[in-house]
Structures are given as structure tokens and as C-alpha cells.
Design a protein around this ligand. Structure first.
Ligand SMILES: Cc1ncc(COP(=O)(O)O)c(C=O)c1O
Length: 403
């Protein structure tokens, strides 16, 4: 006689339907960390990649894969070769895994001097301990980049738009230098997003993002993503599987949903940013405004060539006259913008650069990096431009007459 299973066995083995019936309009969230097989042979073949399927969530997950696939389409649809994406738990997970996958002990990297702080410390600290050395150069100085390239150089690392001066990287020129030297060009395009610029179209080998910013777009999900051609993404995927920074399915769902409105949001944010920058630049309390939409920005013409029409990114750095106090007062006195870290979301955020993102730097070091001690970075959101502009002009009025 077959023994009837006990209540705990029955509870633990409640039926789970196989594949969903029908075609859901929204991306399903697959939370299962593990997948069942009929036979050990089938299991082994999925692990070996010779049979389609999923085995374990750190390796692959249908929801995170759908997000990576969607970003690969946005970055690579207009290319004449196929590219694929890999999703990560954060932007730094994407960057660290990519750098580990594409270098080895003894390798050399040429990186932009003005890159994101944690990318800088990763290259200058952790990776140096593992024998990967980096030269940091002014990424607008092509002669300096050429001079920095060595036989051991594995890659050039830059950002499409850099924080907080919004320096524009000359991607076709960098790709040309990298190709001549037989090295890879890796581009962090977080500040641009594929709604502004697609670096692979300009010759980059790898594009990556902190998806926490524009891709997700609502400041409610942390993630990262890398897109590259097959042989590179294969190496990056293996490193991801070994290191383990996989994106959670719930986060992938939110990031994927964010992508649906990426062009809508980013077009609006970029247009507002340029209007905001132009209005602020005319205020007598302002020393300088960094935004490539302004004709006087050093990257304006280049951005016009590389970026989609009328889109110059949505970050504006405003430097009022006076020192750190003036900058902190400006950030404190705006009301529509919120003082907070990060960027790329629907809310406008403001941060005094010298006391937050670049707080390790002295006034002299900030000036040497082309950043005024009073600089305030605004990440422009989707609010009505007139409200944002009236708010910042009002805050600037209160600074008038400061030393
Ligand atoms: C340009 C850039 N790259 C990478 C990152 C890191 O992304 P995450 O915070 O998602 O790890 C950031 C975060 O601010 C960033 O601004």
C-alpha cells in the first residue's frame, strides 16, 4: 500500500505550475532560486549550456535576463553585429566584474581622471593590490592618452559624461586610439543613458551603467548592466557567476518597467536641464554653469555630434560666486529640489559637490580638477521647468551680495 504523505510533506510540496499559460503583458517576477529537472542528465545539460533552461538564480534568472536583454536592445539595435547584456546587483558590481574579467595581474588600464569616486578607488586601490595598475589622464587630451598606452594596457576606461563638470568623452577618437593600440574601450554611460548616446555606435567595445540612475528612473531600485559583443560578454558573465553579484528578480522587474518610459523621461529631463542651465547662467550670483547644452560648454559641439538631437544629459552643475558656504547655502535654500545623493530619477536632486561626492578633496584639489568649491550639482527630474527655475533663481537671489 502506498503511504499517504504527512501534512508537512504535502505542505512543502504544494504544486507549482510549470510554464505560465498565455503571454503576460507585464514582465513576470521569477523568484525561484532553483529549478526542477526530470533527470540528472537534463540538469547537467542545462548547466553545460547545451540545453536551454535555468538551474540556479545566481547563474541566470528569467526576469533579470529580460532586463539585460532589453538594455542590450536599447544600446545595440542599430549595430551591424549582435550584442548581449548581463545584469548586476549595482553599477559598481557591473564595473568591478567587468574590470576583473578584462584584466589580469600585470595588466595596465588608462582611465579618465574625472571618473566616479568608487570606480577611481577600485582602480587605484583594490585592483592595484592584485597587480592591475592604472594611469589616470585628462580624457580630453588625446595626446596624453596615446602617451599613456603601453604594451600591457588592456583597456581604456571613460564615462560618456563625467561628474560634475559634464565633460564629454570623444568616443570615436578614443575608440580609434584603442583600436590602433589593440586595447578595449570600456564606457560607463550612466550619465547619458541610451536615450542620449549609445557608445557602441561610436566604437566602444563595452558599455555599462548604474541602472540605479536613468534606466530605473524612480530612485527605487539598485542595479547595473553591461552590454558587449558575444566573446566579451561571455567572459564578463563567467566572472559574474564566480563573483556572485547577481541582480534580484524584484529589482529587475522595477528596472525593466523603468525602461518603458526612459526616452519620455530623459527627453523631458534633458530639455528642462538645458532651459534651467541657461536661466541660471544669467543670474548675477552665478560664477559658472556646467552643462553641455550651453554653447559655451567645452563639450557642446562634440555632444551635438554624438548625442541625440537636443539631448545633452540632465545634470547641471551650478557654481555660485563665493566659497563653500555659498554653495551649501544654495543647496539648502532650494525647495523644489531635494538634497540627496544619486541622480537620474523623476525628482530633482541637489548636492553641494565639495561637501558630499567630492568631500575628500581640498578647495585646491577641487580647483585643479576644474570644480569650484561652491559647485552644486542638480540632477534634473520631470517637474515643471518653470517651478524648478523659479525655485533656483529665488535661492540665488538670497545669495546676492555675498563676498
Ligand atoms: C557614473 C557612475 N557610475 C557608477 C556608479 C555606481 O553605481 P551604483 O551606485 O549603482 O553601484 C555611479 C553611482 O553614483 C555613477 O554615478
Amino acid at each position: 500500500m502506498v503511504q499517504r504523505p504527512g501534512e508537512n510533506t504535502r505542505a512543502a510540496r504544494l504544486p507549482v505550475p510549470d510554464a505560465p499559460v498565455g503571454r503576460p503583458v507585464r514582465l513576470p517576477v521569477h523568484r525561484s532560486t532553483t529549478y526542477a529537472f526530470e533527470t540528472s542528465q537534463e540538469y547537467a545539460e542545462v548547466l553545460d549550456g547545451i540545453r536551454p533552461g535555468y538551474s540556479y538564480a545566481r547563474i541566470d534568472n528569467p526576469t533579470t535576463e529580460a532586463f539585460a536583454h532589453a538594455v542590450a536592445a536599447l544600446e545595440g539595435d542599430r549595430l551591424d553585429h549582435a550584442v548581449r547584456g548581463q545584469a548586476f546587483a549595482s553599477g559598481m558590481a557591473a564595473i568591478s566584474t567587468t574590470l576583473l574579467a578584462l584584466t589580469r595581474a600585470g595588466a595596465h588600464v588608462v582611465a579618465a581622471r574625472s571618473i566616479y569616486g568608487n570606480t577611481y578607488s577600485l582602480l587605484d586601490g583594490l585592483l592595484r593590490r592584485f597587480g592591475v595598475t592604472t594611469d589616470f589622464v585628462d580624457i580630453t587630451d588625446l595626446a596624453a592618452i596615446r602617451a599613456a598606452l603601453r604594451p600591457e594596457t588592456a583597456l581604456v576606461f571613460t564615462e560618456t559624461l563625467s561628474n560634475p563638470t559634464m565633460t564629454v568623452s570623444d568616443l570615436p577618437a578614443l575608440a580609434g586610439l584603442a583600436r590602433e593600440a589593440g586595447v578595449l574601450l570600456v564606457v560607463d554611460s550612466t550619465f547619458a543613458s541610451p536615450a542620449v548616446c549609445r557608445p557602441l555606435e561610436h566604437g566602444a567595445d563595452v558599455v555599462l551603467h548604474s541602472a540605479t540612475k536613468y534606466l530605473g528612473g524612480h530612485s527605487d531600485a539598485t542595479g547595473g548592466v553591461v552590454v558587449a559583443r558575444d566573446e566579451l560578454i561571455g567572459a564578463i558573465r563567467s566572472a559574474r557567476v564566480d563573483l556572485g553579484p547577481c541582480l534580484a528578480a524584484d529589482e529587475a522587474f522595477l528596472l525593466h518597467r523603468g525602461l518603458e518610459t526612459l526616452p519620455l523621461r530623459v527627453a523631458r529631463q534633458c530639455a528642462t536641464a538645458t532651459e534651467f542651465a541657461a536661466a541660471v547662467a544669467r543670474h548675477p550670483a552665478v560664477e559658472r554653469v556646467d552643462h553641455p547644452g550651453l554653447p559655451e560648454h567645452p563639450g557642446h559641439a562634440l555632444a551635438g555630434r554624438l548625442f541625440d538631437a537636443g539631448r545633452f544629459g540632465a545634470v547641471v552643475t551650478v557654481t555660485p560666486r563665493g566659497g563653500r558656504d555659498a554653495g551649501m547655502a544654495l543647496a539648502d535654500r532650494v525647495r523644489v529640489a531635494t538634497i540627496a545623493a544619486s541622480l537620474g530619477g523623476t525628482h530633482t536632486l541637489a548636492g553641494h559637490v565639495g561637501s558630499t561626492t567630492h568631500r575628500q578633496m581640498t578647495d585646491e584639489a577641487l580647483r585643479a580638477a576644474g570644480i569650484g568649491p561652491a559647485a552644486v550639482r542638480f540632477s534634473i527630474g520631470v517637474e515643471d521647468p518653470a517651478d524648478l527655475i523659479a525655485d533656483v533663481l529665488g535661492a540665488l537671489d538670497t545669495l546676492d551680495g555675498r563676498p
